[in-house]
Ligand binder design. Structure first.
Ligand code: PLP
Length: 394
């Protein structure tokens, strides 16, 4: 049976052009970038070249680019660095975030509150999962004098696809003297990113989300940010992230980002057409189905739904048997029968919050794939509902 992969928001395959760029750095040019010989120098040259490429793609200075092991680490460093700096300099730290952030931000924020004594303010979101700028302003009221405040709001939501106006949020944060971080892990290749133009102080990326290697990512850390690294050791990355450089991963990150930026406009237009067809088809053929997230201002290839009286994990198995690989919304939560905290936050009732489905489209998705999914999904949902009705306790 042919498999249709519709889980590009969870991860993407490595682009063969990226693999070719990485190849020499595994076994031939394997040097440690810190070493004072030719092997070390070759690795260092490749890394600095990659840094320039990443900076060019993101509209920032090469000095702002820190290579990490992925999105989770970038989020951790972005949040913990300013919080630790505040702690060491005996300044109050206030962290302002939303209720629909990825766990890499949400869990880290709570731990910073509990271990570093930071104040945590959570701004509400609307039904699309977006913070109202007026609510962000309200959350930034009466910040402690001499304190450091950091706002962190996701650019494009991984579970429901909604895109948020981060340049506007950054401007509001700055009006109140706060720093602005965004988790933009889902954005490259889909949305324009312009660090300086958007007023972003800190930004997180993960290479495997844009056809780059797993275990590699980027933290953009502007020079103005007070920062004490949570990853301590030697002086790599100008003391901002210790650890021997993953040279193939770094070279692959730059190659993948360059391709993602160059092909973004064309790819976004193609994917958003396919997604619109998918959404319209699902909503017109499946009863008690809702699109989650913003209907239009969303990731181009991202379609997410809530189905009433459906258990996502069962639906995902039914789809898998029909050759369709999908997700409930967040890679970490697939197979988990807990209600979706995000759907609860958006106001969905208990009959809906276990029934999330995310279909995320990518480079290999074709029009025929959409037709196949539209033919299979109504039956799969009906089958899951029949099972639920049979096993329901009277
Ligand atoms: C929005 C968002 N942030 C952070 C992450 C974590 O990235 P990584 O898998 O590189 O740790 C993910 C991955 O699912 C994500 O979607």
């Amino acid at each position: 049976m042919q498999s249709i992969y519709l889980d590009y928001s969870a991860t993407t395959p490595l682009d063969p052009r990226v693999l070719a760029a990485m190849q020499p750095y595994f076994a031939e040019q394997f040097g440690n970038s810190k070493a004072i010989h030719r092997f070390g120098h070759d690795a260092e040259t490749a890394i600095e070249h990659a840094r320039e490429t990443v900076a060019r793609c993101l509209g920032c200075s090469p000095a702002d680019v820190v290579f990490t092991s992925g999105g989770t680490e970038s989020d951790n460093l972005a949040l913990r660095g300013p919080a630790q700096y505040a702690r060491v300099h005996d300044r109050p730290f206030t962290f302002i975030t939303g209720p629909v952030e990825h766990a890499a931000v949400a869990v880290t924020a709570r731990q910073i509150r509990d271990t570093l004594g930071a104040a945590l303010r959570v701004v509400p979101v609307d039904r699309a999962g977006r913070v109202d700028p007026a609510d962000l302003r309200a959350a930034l009221h009466s910040l402690p004098a001499n304190g450091i405040a950091l706002v962190s709001l996701i650019h494009a939501n991984n579970e429901i696809g909604t895109v948020s106006p981060i340049a506007e949020y950054a401007a509001i944060a700055h009006e109140h003297g706060a720093l602005f971080h965004t988790d933009a892990v889902q954005s490259p290749g889909h949305l324009a990113l312009e660090v300086e133009g958007m007023g972003i102080d800190l930004l997180s990326l993960s290479s495997h989300k844009f056809y780059g290697p797993k275990g590699a990512g980027v933290l953009v850390l502007r020079q103005n940010v007070p920062y004490l690294s949570a990853q301590t050791g030697a002086s790599h990355e100008d003391h901002r992230r210790a650890g021997t450089h993953n040279t193939p991963g770094i070279v692959g990150t730059a190659a993948a980002l360059e391709i993602a930026c160059a092909e973004r406009v064309e790819s976004a237009a193609r994917l958003s057409n396919l997604r619109q067809r998918l959404v319209a088809g699902v909503l017109s053929t499946i009863p008690d189905a809702e699109l989650t997230g913003d209907p239009l201002d969303r990731l181009p290839g991202h379609a997410s739904f809530a189905f009433k009286d459906v258990l996502s994990s069962t639906l995902l198995m039914h789809l898998d048997q029909r050759g369709i690989a999908a997700s409930s919304g967040s890679a970490c939560k697939s197979g988990n029968e807990q209600p979706s905290a995000i759907l609860e936050t958006l106001g969905f009732g208990p009959q809906w919050t276990r029934g999330g489905l995310r279909l995320s489209l990518g480079r290999s998705t074709t029009s025929d794939d959409i037709a196949t999914v539209l033919a299979a999904l109504p039956d799969a949902v009906a089958a899951v509902r029949r099972i639920a009705a049979m096993t329901a306790t009277p």
